[in-house]
Design a protein. Structure first.
Length: 281
């Protein structure tokens, strides 16, 4: 059993998530109980029963609400314990970043984040959790389990981010009519967005597993990819490709169900067409 406080916040939920996801032999099928802070389950000592663990409540080993506790948080305490038991790797930077963000939020440092007053912050996980509690349409466990799914997605996204940046650093840069570009081969998801945030105006991506090809330009690039699409159509059946109506995306093969049959063209072919377009202009 995992016990935390009523209306669990991000730190409480992430603490439970870490135990369930990374110590599955003990907590993979755990049940959940919620108690008023600072109480414990049935007001018993928090760490006496090996089958019951308290997180972010109760004053036990995974609760930081005690003297000096402001320098840590429950998520960090659980993370450190999982590290000590070698259930997670020290070089798992995605998990480390998640715990650090949870710590910043739990110690109110998020008020100093850039753009913290923007309305877009309403989409942030730690802002949504208390709003869900106030709605009172979901009980404590329903909210906790919903946020587990979001944390799964956050963890995967951070891993993809790291893989994507590594692939971009290993990619080939070029200059063309669409601006500064890079060619990348990777299995990470949505590398184009990562590359755009790194300053690239056009990204050419080959999916390392499926050999899908995608070309994407940044939103502020005014030149559409239609000229490139027309060149490709002269080399192979254009039905292998989808030209997005935004003019910013061109792809062959997709997990979304469009153009499933990948192109027979190579990355070098796409780059040659891009560079030829540059010379024409």
């Amino acid at each position: 059993m995992i016990v935390t406080h009523i209306h669990p916040d991000l730190d409480a939920i992430m603490s439970a998530w870490l135990l369930v996801r990374f110590d599955q032999s003990r907590y993979g099928d755990a049940s959940f109980q919620f108690v008023p802070a600072p109480h414990t389950y049935k007001d018993l000592p928090p760490d006496n029963d090996p089958d019951i663990v308290h997180v972010d409540v109760g004053g036990g080993r995974f609760d930081h609400h005690k003297e000096g506790g402001f320098v840590t948080c429950a998520s960090r305490l659980v993370w450190e314990d999982l590290l000590a038991e070698k259930l997670i790797a020290e070089d798992d930077m995605a998990l480390k970043e998640m715990v650090e963000v949870a710590y910043e939020i739990d110690t109110f440092a998020d008020c100093y984040w850039p753009g913290t007053g923007d309305l877009r912050m309403a989409f942030m996980l730690h802002e949504i959790i208390p709003a869900l509690h106030r709605l009172q349409t979901h009980d404590n466990e329903a909210v906790l389990r919903m946020i587990f799914v979001y944390l799964d997605g956050t963890y995967q996204r951070l891993k993809d981010w790291a893989k994507g940046k590594e692939a971009i650093y290993e990619g080939k840069e070029f200059e063309c009519a669409w601006g500064k570009g890079v060619i990348v081969t990777t299995g990470a998801d949505d590398v184009s967005k990562i590359a755009q945030k790194m300053g690239y105006e056009i990204v050419v991506i080959e999916d390392a597993k499926h050999r899908y090809l995608k070309v994407k330009t940044a939103p502020r690039v005014s030149l559409p990819l239609k000229a490139l699409y027309d060149k490709i159509a002269l080399r192979e059946d254009p039905k292998r490709w989808v030209y997005h109506n935004s003019g910013h995306m061109l792809f062959s093969g997709s997990d979304k169900g469009e153009a499933k049959e990948p192109s027979q063209l190579k990355l070098s072919d796409i780059l040659e067409m891009i560079e030829n377009e540059n010379r024409l202009r």
